[in-house]
Ligand binder design. Structure first.
Ligand code: PGA
Length: 254
């Protein structure tokens, strides 16, 4: 079975103390993960080392960075390379979140370079895609998401692409309390899988986890995760509340 993943995206939230407390509360709760289930916490850069040591003994729990820069090293004040993330023992990184695309002008070309940097450093990238409301209203979301994937992902080989997790996050659902319906989520996830299948073949497409993101809450996670092509979620707001995120972890496909 494909990996089923509950990924917390803390974004730019929580003090160091709050972050430690939140992790402690979740990790001290008895949650039995099946071998195909994983939990990721995408934490702010300064907390990576602390968070990584918190999950070190926890089977199935991993830490992720929320971004990395595509260059190897050099005079790029304020940036963090894939190699730096790897060097503190972290193995996952979110790439191309819609907030990065919108506020920091990341393009599909930049994201392609970031994926290369991740692969060179054995980091698993969670590549985000998803359309804005106007595109959904025009009904052109399938073509739009396909183009995002073609431009950022399709230069990868069949071996490389298996080190990528995809997160479909319709922008109109992020932080708005407006979740995609199960029908909308499944339709897009199936489309993404068929796009991957056309490029890399059915077998490989069948192995890639595709997460849904956008207003996942404790009370709607289960129905979304049950969609056949949804392999868990990337969770913002609800991942900041221990009891809610625990419910979301428990909603992963058994
Ligand atoms: P949200 O954020 O769950 O708060 O909608 C999801 C995300 O942006 O990853």
């Amino acid at each position: 079975m494909r990996k089923q993943i509950a990924a917390a995206n803390w974004k730019m939230n929580l003090s160091y103390q709050q972050a430690e407390n939140l992790l402690d509360e979740i990790l001290n709760t008895e949650i039995i993960l099946a071998p195909h289930q994983q939990v990721l916490f995408a934490v702010p850069f300064p907390y990576l080392i602390m968070a990584n040591s918190e999950v070190a003994d926890e089977e199935g729990y991993f830490i992720a960075a929320q971004n990395c820069y595509e260059k190897k090293s050099g005079a790029f004040t304020g940036e963090i390379s894939a190699e730096m993330i790897k060097s503190v023992g972290v193995n996952y990184v979110i790439i191309g979140h819609s907030e990065r695309r919108e506020y920091f002008k990341e393009t599909t070309k930049t994201l392609a370079a970031k994926l290369d940097a991740c692969l060179e450093n054995n980091l698993i990238a969670i590549l985000c895609c998803g359309e804005a409301l106007a595109i959904r209203e025009r009904g052109t979301q399938n073509n739009f998401v396909q183009q995002q994937l073609e431009e950022s992902l399709f230069h990868l080989s069949a071996t490389e692409v298996q080190h990528i997790i995809i997160a479909y996050e319709p922008i109109w659902a992020i932080g708005t309390g407006k979740t995609a319906s199960t029908g909308q989520a499944q339709e897009m996830h199936q489309h993404i899988r068929s796009v991957l299948s056309n490029k890399y073949g059915r077998e490989i497409a069948g192995k890639i986890s595709i997460l849904y993101g956008g207003s996942i809450k404790a009370d709607n996670a289960k129905e979304i995760f049950l969609c056949p092509d949804v392999d868990g979620g990337l969770v913002g707001g609800a991942s900041l509340i221990a009891t809610d995120f625990i419910q979301i972890i428990k909603a992963l496909k058994a």
